[in-house]
Design a protein around this ligand. Sequence first.
Ligand code: HEC
Length: 396
Amino acid sequence: MKRSSVHWIPAALVLLVAGGAAACDDAGSGLKPTGTNTPTGDAAPDLPEPGSPGDVQAKQAYAEKLYRELEPQVKEACGKQCHELGLFNPEPPKFLQGPDSYVSIKKFPGIIVRDAFQSGLITKGAHAGPALGATPAVEEKVRKWLEAEAVALTVVKLPGTDPFTVKTGANEIDISKAAQGGITNVKLKFDASLVGGILSLKNLKLVAPAGTDVHINAPRFVRIKPVVDPKAPETVDGSFSNVDQTLQGGTEAELGPGSVFLSGEGWTPFDLAADKIRFDANKLEKGTYNPPPAIKKCKDINAFAANVLPALRGQASGAGSVCNNCHGAGLAGLSLNGNDNQAICDSVLSKLNEANVPQSILILKATAAGTPHNGGKVQNGQAFSDLFNNNKAIFF
Ligand code: HEC
């Protein structure tokens, strides 16, 4: 059994503002270079030696300093009625909410991540508001700040496993030491191989103990200092920083993308006999697994194809319209094109309310004046409603 609810922290989604918020592009807060952004010097200030006391605080302080310098510009670009006050409908995510936008933006999922390039601020293109890249000067400063935050994140010590060796082929490691809240028997399985000195881990699987659902967020693989070069820094892999999964107790599931190549700056060939890695995670804890909702299946596909589908495709006179002109390939969850009548019918069924068919979203959108619909209304609303109401046996 392999079940897990996977939830990628929304690099692209987290800042998603659903359509219809075009007003967020209000001219008053539009992105424009302000001319007041005199750089205060690009070089990082002197920092303590990596690993020395105060290193973490110094890196956090440096990141905050960069943010404070660009705070007015970020607010100008993204804040105000949009991501500060959230005054539009649907409400844009308020990642710049007061009283302190720095506190808000640091807490908001998907913005400060270990790989600055995966930050929602960078990956979000033009939406109801403009892309950050529309103002290159601000974007560059944001990048620098995000990179400084990523560095500060990397030096934070997380609970992790003891260093362990890996062997070619199948490995099974108990990673409970990386967990918070005292859960035990959490395991990681993978197949290891060396590819020219680079350590490749494939078929990565997380194994949850029986009876305990497990939540994992932003796991990391860390190569500890290589034996041949003890002065080299640890190599921290940040490629799983967007992983956020909850796994059902007693099951195993692929971890994130399922594989990783460990290498990096200053990497020396990995020595399976002598070198070690360790595993940690931002969160490894008891979770609550929610099974994905089961897809409901239509009962009578032939009758659907004969009696209902033509009305949705404008092939029948009377009820209906050419719904498939817009909803041909999945728009708003309706897929009306193709030959797979089961799949088409199931997608229609997902928009029907069994308890009260005339009040189904599918019928309201196409008939009810009070329900706004980009696709407009059908001419004969009653006939359209009856078509579904009188053919319940097709669906339920
Ligand atoms: C001109 C394009 C167009 C046509 C034609 C069209 N729609 Fe739509 N429909 C949309 C768009 C765009 C949306 C999403 C925004 C909205 O709700 O208006 C939508 C949303 C919907 C939704 C909401 C889905 C959900 O769960 O939120 C339903 C149901 C729907 N349409 C049914 C229909 C039906 C039935 C027809 C044919 C009678 C139809 N549409 C014809 C464009 C269209």
